[in-house]
Design a protein around this ligand. Structure first.
Ligand SMILES: [Zn+2]
Length: 467
C-alpha cells in the first residue's frame, strides 16, 4: 500500500511585517536585499521581537483545520548552515516539552476520508538562492535576503494519502480554506510550497524536496511511487533518504541521507519569551473568524435555493464568492450565481485574468437586471460580460454602444423572418407539416440577429406567418 504524507509551507502574506522585525512581510516588491535589517540578517546584538499578529493568524489556521491549540507556545533554534540562512539557525517550533507549537491533531475531510494534521508550527522563511541560468549546477549563485524572516506556517500531515490525486484534492481544499480565512494568498509565487514523503508496502520513507509547484508535486509523487515499486519488484531495499525533484529531467535524484531531529541541535530560543494563548484570545479569534466555506455553501443552498454543486464551486472560491455577495439581492441571487459559475468562470480562469478584470459586483447586478427585464438576451449577455471584464464599461454604456439590446420591434423581426423564409423554403414547408420543427426557423432568426431577437416574439411571429 502506498502512503504519502505532506509538509506544506504557507506564507502569511496578509501580514504587514516579518515574524521578528519590522521589515515588510511582502518582500516581493523590493530590489534584492533591500528589505532587510540587523534582526533578519542576524547581526550580533540584534534581538527578535515576535509579531503577535502572526501568532493570531497561525492560530486561526490551526482552528480552521480543527486542531487542538496549546496554552502556551515556545520557539526553538534549528541549527544548520546554508547560504540562505543568515543567522545559521532558523527560529521555528518543536514539541519537546509537551505540545508547544501552534496546533496539532487536526484533520481535513477529503472526499469522505479524514486526512490528519499532525502538527502546525510557526517559523521564519529563509532567504532565496537565485541560480544564474537555469541549472543548480551553475558556478554562480546569488542570495537575496528579502524573504528571510517572513512569517511561515508549516503544516504537517500524517501519511494518510493513498495516491497523488488525493494530494491534489487536499491541496486545493487547503488553498481555498487559507484564502477564505484571509491570512494568505496561495496564488502568489512561492506563497504555498509542499514537500512530500512516500513509502510503499511498509518500506522506508523517502522525502522529496525542491518541488516548485503543486503540479510538479503530483508528477514527483508519481515518479517516486513507480521508482520504489520497480526497486521492490527486484527485491532491492529502498533507502531512507531525501531526494530532490529535478524539474528539467522530471525525475527525483538522491541528495543526502535524511537528517534526524537531533542533527539540528535544537535548543530553546531564549530571546523570545514563551507566549500564552489564553481563552480570551481564542474566543476573540473565533468571533472574528470569517464564515467557513462549508457554512457559506449551506447558506447559499438554503437561503437562495442555489444548486448544491453551484454553491460548492462558488463558496470555495473567495474571489467569486465576494463578487457574488456584493452583487446579489435576495431575489436575483440564484441568477447571479449561475452567471458567475457558467459564464464568468469560463474565461476569467487564472490569477492574472482576475487581477486584470475590470468587472465589479455592480456590473453583475446590472447585467442580471437587464437580462430579467429583457433589455438584454442571455446570449448577448455573454458578449457583454467579456467586454466588461476587458473595459470596465457600465452595462448601460454597453447596451447603447455595442448594440447588444434585445430586438423586440415586430417590424424589424418580421423583416428578418421574411429573409429566413426565403432562404429556408424546405424548412418552412416542414414546419407547416410538423409544428415541432419550427425551432429550426427560430434558430435561424437568432443567428441572423446574433442572438438579439426576442425569442418569444420571434416564435409568435413565425407561427402566425406559417398560418
Ligand atoms: Zn528585518
Amino acid at each position: 500500500m502506498t502512503k504519502i504524507g505532506l509538509e506544506i509551507h504557507c506564507q502569511l502574506t496578509k501580514l504587514e511585517s516579518k515574524l521578528f522585525c519590522s521589515c515588510k512581510a511582502n518582500y516581493r516588491e523590493f530590489e534584492p536585499n533591500h528589505n532587510i535589517c540587523p534582526v533578519c540578517m542576524g547581526l550580533p546584538g540584534s534581538l527578535p521581537r515576535l509579531n503577535q499578529k502572526a501568532v493570531e493568524s497561525a492560530t486561526s489556521i490551526a482552528m480552521t483545520l480543527s486542531c487542538k491549540t496549546p496554552e502556551k507556545i515556545a520557539f526553538f533554534r534549528k541549527n544548520y548552515f546554508y547560504p540562505d540562512l543568515p543567522k545559521n539557525f532558523q527560529i521555528t517550533q518543536l514539541n519537546v516539552y509537551g505540545d508547544m507549537s501552534i496546533g496539532g491533531e487536526g484533520y481535513v475531510d477529503v472526499e469522505g476520508k479524514k486526512i490528519k494534521i499532525r502538527r502546525i508550527q510557526l517559523e521564519e522563511d529563509p532567504g532565496r538562492l537565485l541560480y544564474e541560468g537555469e541549472s543548480e549546477r551553475t558556478k554562480i549563485t546569488l542570495v537575496d535576503y528579502n524573504r528571510a524572516g517572513t512569517p511561515l506556517v508549516e503544516i504537517v500531515t500524517d501519511p494518510d494519502f493513498e495516491n497523488p490525486r488525493q494530494v491534489r484534492v487536499f491541496l486545493n481544499i487547503l488553498s481555498d480554506l487559507l484564502e477564505n480565512l484571509g491570512v494568505s494568498e496561495p496564488g502568489l509565487e512561492g506563497a504555498m510550497r509542499a514537500d512530500g514523503n512516500v513509502s510503499i508496502e511498509g518500506g522506508n520513507k523517502v522525502e522529496i524536496k525542491n518541488i516548485g509547484s503543486f503540479h510538479d508535486l503530483e508528477k514527483a509523487l508519481h515518479f517516486e511511487i513507480t521508482r520504489q515499486q520497480s526497486l521492490s519488484e527486484r527485491d532491492i531495499e529502498i533507502a531512507q533518504e531525501t531526494r530532490h525533484w529535478d524539474d528539467r529531467r522530471k525525475i527525483t535524484i538522491s541528495s543526502r541521507s535524511k537528517e534526524e531531529d537531533q542533527d539540528y541541535r535544537y535548543f530553546l530560543e531564549n530571546d523570545i519569551p514563551w507566549v500564552k494563548i489564553d481563552q480570551e484570545t481564542i474566543t476573540s479569534l473565533q468571533k472574528n473568524m470569517p464564515e467557513s466555506i462549508s457554512s457559506k455553501k449551506e447558506r447559499f443552498v438554503e437561503k437562495y435555493n442555489i444548486a448544491p454543486q453551484v454553491a460548492d464551486i462558488l463558496a470555495s472560491d473567495k474571489y467569486y464568492s465576494d463578487l457574488f455577495e456584493n452583487a446579489h439581492s435576495d431575489s436575483d441571487a440564484k441568477d447571479i450565481a449561475n452567471l458567475i459559475t457558467t459564464d464568468l468562470m469560463g474565461f476569467v480562469d487564472t490569477k492574472e485574468k482576475r487581477e486584470e478584470s475590470k468587472l465589479t459586483s455592480q456590473h453583475l447586478s446590472d447585467l442580471i437586471t437587464a437580462i430579467n427585464d429583457k433589455t438584454l438576451t442571455r446570449t448577448s449577455s455573454k458578449t457583454a460580460l467579456q467586454e466588461i471584464v476587458k473595459s470596465g464599461k457600465s452595462v448601460k454604456e454597453l447596451l447603447s454602444e455595442m448594440d447588444l439590446g434585445q430586438v423586440s420591434d415586430s417590424t424589424e423581426i418580421e423583416g428578418i423572418i421574411m429573409q429566413v423564409f426565403e432562404e429556408e423554403k424546405q424548412a418552412v414547408l416542414d414546419a407547416k407539416e410538423n409544428p415541432e420543427t419550427v425551432n429550426y426557423l427560430v434558430g435561424k432568426v437568432m443567428q441572423k440577429t446574433k442572438g438579439k431577437a426576442n425569442p418569444t416574439k420571434t416564435l409568435e411571429l413565425i407561427k402566425s406567418k406559417l398560418g
